[in-house]
Design a protein around this ligand. Structure first.
Ligand code: ADP
Ligand code: MG
Length: 248
């Protein structure tokens, strides 16, 4: 079977904040590939560079050094306009749900549909309601965020992120503000939608209780990717291969 093309391919990526004497390197020689449909969890201490890496992958910051490809499109040297095109193909879920308080659940999701697509309003409404149904909020479609629980708000954010069927969803500590059960519910909804839609997910979390939804776990420490469970499997495979060829 031919290996699918990666959604994200990162090679020798470095990143710095500040200028001159204040310039400080934050990411060191990052190499990472994410394949279609893969759920990758990134863990690591606070301040290790996870959000910075996510913002680069999401086209929210310009790549300074190295290569970062999103669906074969190189983001190093990309124009602001090209970055906007990339952002349209990515769903974002943040720790704080970032919903608009003056819009209902349905309107929050609908806005994402209408920003992306030239579609009739009735169709945008239907799509939004279907998506809210998929995250279990059929009864809450016309509620304002203030009248919903943290878990319900985060489920709206998931509906909003996935309503346009993006190839990639980036989630930055999406369960941080939730109790154990709502956090679990939220990631299970993300997982099942990702499987249905073939979406790749890169999810940053400190929450050890949700690691089991991952196909792969990577760890960031002081700006370095220090662990990649997939890479470990791969190097084990190639180790075995080398061993076999030596025997021949
Ligand atoms: P994490 O998400 O793993 O907590 P971040 O990517 O947010 O890590 O931050 C990595 C490092 O970069 C931290 O030392 C943080 O203080 C610093 N940092 C983050 N954003 C900025 C910024 N906009 N300007 C300068 N330094 C920043
Ligand atoms: Mg962070």
């Amino acid at each position: 079977m031919m290996k699918k093309e990666p959604v994200i391919a990162i090679k020798n990526l470095n990143h710095y904040y500040g200028r001159g004497a204040l310039k400080r390197q934050i990411l060191f020689n990052i190499n990472l590939e994410i394949f279609p449909g893969e759920i990758v969890i990134m863990t690591g201490p606070s301040g290790s560079g996870k959000t910075t890496l996510l913002s680069l992958i999401g086209g929210l910051r310009s790549v300074q050094e190295g290569s970062l490809k999103f669906l074969d499109r190189e983001l190093f040297g990309a124009s602001q306009n090209q970055l906007v095109q990339v952002r349209r193909k990515i769903g974002y879920i943040f720790q704080a749900h970032n919903l608009l308080g003056f819009l209902t659940a349905r309107q929050n999701v609908q806005m994402a549909v209408e920003l992306n697509d030239e579609i009739a309003q009735s169709e945008a409404i239907a799509k939004s309601e279907a998506m809210l149904g998929a995250v279990g909020l059929t009864e809450r479609i016309n509620y304002y965020p203030d009248n919903l629980s943290g878990g319900q708000k985060q489920r709206i954010a998931i509906a909003r992120a996935l309503v346009n069927h993006p190839p990639l969803v980036l989630a930055d500590e999406p369960t941080a503000a939730l109790d154990k059960q709502s956090g679990r519910d939220v990631v299970e909804i993300m997982q099942s939608l990702a499987i249905d839609q073939g979406t790749s997910i890169l999810l940053v979390t400190h929450d050890n209780r949700i690691l089991d939804i991952a196909d792969r776990i990577v760890e960031m420490e002081d700006g370095l990717l220090t662990r990649d469970s997939q890479a470990m499997v791969n190097s084990y495979d190639s180790g075995v291969k080398n061993h076999n060829s030596e025997k021949r």
